[in-house]
Design a protein around this ligand. Structure first.
Ligand code: ADP
Length: 725
């Protein structure tokens, strides 16, 4: 099978995204690789496809439990056998997973870095055929990255302990050269193919606002997004509580997530968001790394994050499905002070010595200055981000708040001269508040005490406070002024001050006139106009029903973009359904008939098709293709129902199938801890019904699985189970 065929068969996609093909090819050519792609660009497929196409198992080192769980969940849905090993499993479950792995059952195993060197994992790895070791979120190995994790340092030691060095691939969204070279050196990548995919995410609409009342600004942003799912990030737990409360009182279906909540509540709230039971998640940055919820249609930052890397990673959680999505950042000066405090007082990182600490903290302050510039600029926001990541960008992307704002290029030379002269006369000793007060002739007691009212520039400006603040910010960004760091920043002349004061340079600035509705909003409406919203909502209902049956989030069944594509293509046959983006072979088998059923009925009612369901046709259970792997009873019912519905019969349920198996002696009802369970009898075990332990929502539960023989027996007796025969 070619790489394209694998992409289509498993993932249902027709084309690779930017950079994916090159990375897949490099890995398949046996080269170590480093893939640098923005969040949401599609890194996983770059190692999953080679993993599927190679013999042996791919070990994926991943820093977060939730991320592993999501990826394994998604792979299982695609019909790929995968497992994870981390602290959420019991020792028994880990033993079982490793035993399965040793028997060659999995194509991918996700593991937390702390577990690599445990005796049992090492033993497994030393005896297994390992096609590749993939390091996800590879920047965690670098002290210079934003999420340094000391446990990543164990990876090279693990590799050295293997009898044969496997191929290595590493992936990250962090692009700074220092982190990049750390990854290559610390992981000892062997002449790697390094690919930096474009950092642009064209479907994301960026916007920054500097409102006086952030809650009001957030409410008006959400007003237009009542139907959509999104995340609101806050920098502190207290802000999460306040904002969440406010949204709930305003009638939004919101939940919260931060490190101060119990594990149980965090889990539940996260699941509620993933499973679309709540619409908005208000959270600190503890939420989201590894959250691959594809239908997040906005990410609003209530506070400015600490750097552009973090911002782009968090904002990048919007629009993973490729649909237009909005990223709003609400800025205030207080955000800068909070972040400076966090840099000074953070207990998260242990520094090797004082010198490194000083250097790293200065680095963090520099990053903070850069995101502050992003929040203050009137230039293209996308351009600002892309240039930060070392890419070239056009002056105007026409898809961000600044490019769409009603700016007018205004000559501000006179204002600039007044401000710069005032700074000189204030002997470069005061902050921006005092500067503004002096320019506006305020009677502020402190100002009078310092004698600033005696300066010739006192009361020289007629501009409003906020206009002056904007102009001063602009003069700082353009190096006409500078601002010192620290708790009480002071405004001084910048390196270009003399261009204005002496050389008579003309200074122009974009000034905002009016706020405009976001372009993404308009685009979203166009997308929805082209599809029938009634059909879309019926498909969404079906997706939700399937997701509930399977206990997985709705987007794991199909992305929104896939449902939208179904609405546009209205497929009638299985082949046509395969043409829909996001429908691969396994999902076609599992869900195809049910989705085709809804579409056929809709098309029928609307006059375009036959809609010939209803009269029972002949039914032959032996022709139904069972799933190759052992599956749950819900899945057996799913496969069976597709055939039953096609032949005009009503559906059955997992419950009814199990009752029938009990009546036939293959299963029995037993009581454990006061609860009723169904367990295979000896005869059931012989037939191919097995019981597996697994963890669902933190609880150990036993799940019965039915192999091909058991499925066949059920299919052949389907009409009997329905009570028709
Ligand atoms: P990352 O790890 O880079 O943040 P993911 O690997 O989670 O991103 O992918 C983001 C989303 O993009 C996923 O929902 C994935 O299914 C989708 N995706 C990846 N590659 C493609 C592709 N070639 N075509 C369409 N969708 C894709």
């Amino acid at each position: 099978m070619t790489t394209h065929e694998t992409l289509k068969k498993y993932f249902g996609y027709d084309t690779f995204r930017n950079g994916q093909q090159e990375l897949v090819d490099a890995i398949l050519a046996g080269r170590d690789t480093l893939g640098i792609m923005p969040t949401g660009a599609g890194k996983s497929i770059c190692f999953q496809i080679p993993a599927l196409m190679s013999s042996g198992v791919t070990i994926v080192v991943s820093p977060l439990i939730s991320l592993m769980k999501d990826q394994v969940n998604a792979l299982t849905q695609l019909g790929v056998a995968a497992a994870y090993i981390n602290s959420s499993l019991t020792e028994r479950q880990i033993d079982k997973a490793l035993q399965n792995a040793s028997n060659g059952l999995y194509k991918l195993i996700y593991i937390a870095p702390e577990r690599l060197l445990t005796a049992e994992f090492l033993f497994f790895a030393q005896n297994a055929e390992i096609s590749m070791l993939t390091v996800d979120e590879a920047h965690c190995i670098s002290q210079w990255g934003q999420d340094f994790r000391p446990s990543y340092a164990k990876i090279p030691e693990f590799v050295e302990n293997l009898p044969k060095r496997p191929l290595l691939s590493a992936f990250t969204a962090t692009a700074t050269p220092r982190v990049r070279s750390d990854i290559v050196n610390l992981l000892a990548l062997n002449e790697p193919t390094v690919l930096v995919a474009g950092f642009d995410r064209p479907n994301l609409y960026f916007e920054v606002k500097r409102p006086k009342d952030k809650l009001a600004a957030l409410s008006s942003f959400l007003e237009h997004r009542k139907e959509h799912s999104g995340i609101v990030y806050c920098s502190t737990r207290a802000a999460v509580e306040d904002v969440c409360e406010h949204l709930k009182l305003s009638g939004y279906n919101a939940s919260r997530y931060h490190a101060g909540l119990s594990d149980k509540e965090r889990h539940e709230n996260q699941d509620d968001f993933l499973y679309d039971r709540v619409q908005i998640m208000v959270a600190t940055n503890a939420f989201g790394m590894g959250i691959d919820k594809s239908n997040v249609s906005f990410v609003a930052h209530y506070n400015m994050p600490k750097d552009i890397e973090s911002y782009y990673q968090e904002a990048g959680r919007a629009g993973r499905d490729g649909e237009p999505a909005d990223c709003l950042l609400l800025y205030s000066g207080k955000d800068v002070r909070t972040n400076l405090w966090l840099i000074e007082n953070s207990k998260d990182v242990e520094y090797s010595d004082k010198e490194t600490e000083a250097a790293l903290k200065e680095r963090e302050r520099k990053r903070l200055r850069e995101i502050t510039s992003y929040c203050k600029t009137n230039d293209c926001l996308r351009g600002c981000i892309l240039r930060y990541f070392g890419e070239t960008a056009s002056e105007n992307c026409e898809n961000c708040g600044n490019c769409n704002a009603d700016f007018e290029l205004t000559d501000i030379t006179v204002d600039a001269k007044k401000i710069l002269s005032c700074v000189v006369r204030m002997k470069e000793r005061y902050g921006s508040n005092m500067l503004i007060d002096t320019l506006r002739g305020s009677k502020n007691a402190k100002l009078l005490r310092f004698g600033l009212d005696k300066l010739s520039t006192y009361g020289i400006s007629e501009k409003s406070e906020s206009q002056l603040r904007d102009i001063i910010n602009f003069l700082i960004l353009s190096d006409y002024l500078s601002k010192t760091d620290g708790e009480y920043p002071v405004i001084r002349l910048g390196v270009r001050a003399n261009e204005v004061l002496r050389d008579g340079a003309v200074v122009t600035m974009k000034l905002n006139h009016e706020e405009h509705a976001t372009k993404a909003q308009a685009k979203k409406q166009t997308v929805l106009k082209n599809v029938d919203s009634q059909l879309l909502s019926q498909l969404r209902e079906l997706r939700l029903a399937i997701a509930n049956e399977q206990n997985v989030p709705a987007f794991v069944v199909f992305h929104d973009s896939t449902l939208i594509d179904m609405c546009m293509k209205t497929p009638v046959t299985r082949d046509e359904l395969l043409d829909v983006s996001g429908v691969g072979q396994v999902k076609l088998e599992r869900y195809g008939e049910r989705f085709l059923g809804v579409i056929a009925e809709f098309v029928g009612k609307n006059g375009a098709g036959e809609g010939d369901l209803g009269t029972p046709k002949t039914f032959d259970g032996s022709t139904i293709e069972p799933s190759a792997e052992a599956v749950t009873v819900t899945m057996v019912a799913d496969i069976l129902n597709c055939a039953l519905l096609e032949s005009g019969y009503t559906k059955t349920t997992g419950q009814r199938i199990n009752e029938w198996l009990v009546s036939q002696g293959y299963m029995e009802n037993i009581e454990i801890n006061g609860k009723n369970h169904r367990s295979p009898t000896e005869e059931g075990l012989n037939l191919g019904i097995s019981t597996e332990e697994c963890v669902i929502r933190g609880e150990n539960v036993s799940v019965n699985k039915y192999n091909q023989d058991a499925q066949r027996l059920i299919f052949v007796h389907a009409l009997g189970i329905l009570g028709v025969k």
